[in-house]
Design a protein around this ligand. Structure first.
Ligand SMILES: [Zn+2]
Length: 377
């Protein structure tokens, strides 16, 4: 017997359209309609209320429909389960109230055989390294505080400035002049005292700087983007050496991008450099042109835009770690358009095991692009 306390997911409404048709769900894409001439599915669905065991459900169904066997009834539940409408109730299971809505959300992605509580428990056991507490990182931290990882190690070297207050909502007017790490630590503790918080005041300038921060870490978020490209290459070098996955985020003007590197599985940042070198004849020209002008645009970080990006980064992290749903940015760039809320996934770049100097057996001097990554003074 595979069902214990099967129930129709309480996140879905169960309602009649007329005498023979009923529906479960009301959201576009997850509404299932049943043509139920004999009324059996309607009765079965209503008996699956989370208070009855599988045996009781079978017993009561047989009372009403003596012609049905236990196998018929189990097959009926299978059919509802195949439609994604059934979950196990887990009576007596408790979880901190603040995470209940998360567990209910994960319900949408779990069939009866998958435990939605385990997804939240995985999050509660996570040790995260967050690089940067600026426009990206300061908002990522508030989302993480709500999700409740075990530990967040935060790294930044900046002080809070008045110009941050328009979008870095972790900080208050009275915090201006304080170190971002200090205020972030205080705020996360106030938001969720169960999370262990570590802060490090440091400017990341080389691979070793990151490696020494990775002890005990399960996953890294790179929310630093200065100097452009170079910093991602440094972080990539470190996470490959440390063997820890990393979610990278970068905001442009009215679009943002998220990509994820899983060492030895996906292509890495340098594999992306190789991929462009091999396939885009203007890649190096553009890279060099950009570098020549030392382009330093004014900040265009607009809160509602940045929030779309940071929400995607954090959700992507949860997907990568728990696989509650398919991650969208593995070895590819997931791009969000702030203007219209749309998104798409770029073409995936492969892992170049033979050619990549960072995650494979390649030679750095074979690839012209890498000589331009040195910061131009
Ligand atoms: Zn690589």
């Amino acid at each position: 017997m595979k069902y214990h306390y099967p129930r129709i997911k309480p996140i879905y409404p169960l309602y009649k359209l007329n005498k023979k048709n009923f529906r479960v769900g009301a959201q576009l894409g997850i509404t299932t309609e049943f043509d139920d001439e004999k009324g059996q599915f309607w009765i079965l669905s209503n008996l699956m209320d989370g208070f009855r065991t599988f045996k009781q459900i079978v017993f009561e169904m047989k009372n009403i429909y003596p012609e049905l066997t236990s196998i018929d009834i189990e097959k009926g539940i299978d059919l509802l389960n195949e439609e994604g409408l059934v979950e196990e109730t887990y009576p007596g299971k408790t979880i901190d109230e603040r995470y209940i809505a998360n567990v209910n959300y994960f319900s949408r992605f779990c069939g009866a055989e998958k435990n939605r509580f385990e997804i939240q428990e995985k999050i509660n056991n996570l040790n995260i390294l967050l690089l940067g507490l600026g426009g990206g990182g300061s908002n990522i931290v508030t989302l993480l505080a709500g999700l409740g990882p075990k530990m967040i190690r935060m790294v930044d070297y900046d002080k809070i400035e008045p110009s941050n207050l328009g979008r870095q909502l972790l900080y208050r007017e009275k915090d201006v002049g304080e170190k971002k790490t200090d205020i972030a630590k205080r705020t996360v503790r106030e938001m969720n005292s169960q999370i262990s918080v570590e802060t490090i005041d440091k400017k990341i300038v080389e691979v070793e700087d990151v490696i020494e921060l990775t002890e005990g870490i399960d996953i890294v978020i790179c929310a630093i983007d200065e100097p452009p490209f170079i910093i991602h290459r440094i972080v990539n070098g470190a996470i490959i050496k440390a063997g820890i996955p990393c979610i990278f985020g970068a905001s442009q003007i009215s679009r943002g991008r998220v990509y994820t590197v899983i060492p030895n599985i996906t292509g890495c940042f340098d594999c992306m450099n190789l991929n462009f070198s091999k396939n885009d004849p203007k890649f190096i020209e553009q890279f060099v042109g950009f570098r020549e002008i030392k382009f330093a645009p004014p900040s265009i970080a607009y809160g509602p835009g940045i929030f779309q990006l940071t929400a995607s980064i954090v959700d992507e992290l949860i997907k990568v770690v728990t696989v509650y749903a398919e991650p969208k940015s593995l070895g590819t760039q997931f791009e969000i358009n702030y203007e219209d809320g749309s998104s798409f996934t770029h073409k995936t770049w492969p892992r170049f095991e033979d050619d990549c100097p960072t995650c494979g057996n390649g030679n750095i001097s074979d690839w012209e692009i890498f000589q331009y990554y040195k910061e131009k003074k």
